[in-house]
Design a protein around this ligand. Sequence first.
Ligand code: BES
Ligand code: MN
Ligand code: ZN
Length: 506
Amino acid sequence: MDFELKTLTRARICSEKCDALLVLIPQDLSPADDPLSALAALAIKSGDFEAKPGKLLGTYRTPDIAATRVLLVGVGDGSPKNIRAAVTAGFAALKTSNAKRAVLCLSALDKPSPEVVRAAVVASSEATYSYSTTKSKAAPAKLQRIVVAVNEVASVKAGFDKGVGLVQGIEFAKEWGNRPANHATPTLLAGAAKELGKLANIKVDVLGPKEVAKLGMGSFMAVAQGTAEPLRFIVLRYEGAAKAAAPVVLIGKGITFDTGGISIKPAAEMDEMKFDMCGAASVLGTFRALAELQPALNVVGLIPACENMPGERAIKPGDVVTSMSGQTIEILNTDAEGRLVLCDALTYAARFKPKAVVDIATLTGACVIALGGVRSGLFSSNDALAQSLADAGESSLDLCWRMPLDDEYADGLKSNFADVANVAGRAGGSVTAAKFLQRFAADFPWAHLDIAGTAWKGGAAKGATGRPVPLLVDYLLSQVVPPVSGKVPSKAKRITKSKPAAKTRA
Ligand code: BES
Ligand code: MN
Ligand code: ZN
């Protein structure tokens, strides 16, 4: 989707030719005498329209308005959350129309904040996104361009740019999340990462089975040994700050298909286990957004990617493997594979001397039971990090909820044959999984996001959501140290998109 931000007052917008004009109407609509305001006022007065979030009224070829279709959309108090609901409802109503160029009018809002404009842009993408990669005759997306109209551009430009950058990241994460497992193998995922490596300030290294064996990632390798598809360990680096600045490390679970292995899953809905690399996709999407936004900070992305398959070489329940940390693990259930690939990535993360490490994983069905599809599970032993991530979830409308990590939850992970078992009982399954990971994250501030319930939707609307890219991007942006006034902005800030990555940094 192409976005443009434009100054267009309500009066001016009446003569703006376009296929569809979505006008966001707040409950405190200020009166004006242009045709559009008159139309809205009349509709409200006659009881045909209310300015409640998501309420709609459509008209066609309306006198004195140049747009072919006009859609009045209520936004209530105009909060970012209500803006999202309104924009979603508005574009859903347009889906069957033939509109190619739409104007999203925010000019009836009283001084929209940058957050409101960002929410409008992100919701527009969410409502109009469609997947086509593996369809033979992809229905061409009808809507190609959305003009966001405001009374005054300067005060919301930053929010608009953030939204557009975020959309790039979200759509990238959705694309890779949605691809079937045979079109998103570990090797193809690594290829996607390498493409990102061509963007400004991003570098990518990909390790294969030999290098991973040399590192001693015995736990990660154990999961990958049941399939002919070779594993990949993907290392991304975004370098937007001085080399000495400690990075944030993001680790994404990249199981490109999770059959459960020898502890095989039931057939129903097993296709959805192609989404088991959505943590990895969210890391790739976040790097895509970083390439657009160029914040002054350093970020490392780590993706252990492999399939979890039964096979003649596959790990068996009871097998004991040695992780990169030296800890031995008894694999009591081969379907608890996510933690087995993540633990070695956590150990690897220490070499970056990170400021914080956040892993993102479709880790447990138990988290879906606990929190459903509304909030991701947040686990952290570091209160400041947990608070920053929770705040980022609120500000980006990509919510999470903190879960406990009491040591008693680890009791069930005891093993008679290794240092730790990879599963405990069914009770508190999302917490015991997090307790397992915590054993490998002792050397840095660490948080874990369980996105099993939020990374994709099932049923008729089956598809990846792109979550938690908005949360991660807001968290990272909150970590940018504001420049001391009078200082020259960092090189990263000044770089233009088309330029190659800067070799030297301030
Ligand atoms: N990828 C799954 C988690 C999952 C299941 C996400 C369903 C979304 C929907 C993970 O690898 C897994 O299989 N976890 C097991 C752990 C259990 C064996 C302790 C689970 O949740 O059942
Ligand atoms: Mn599994
Ligand atoms: Zn899994």
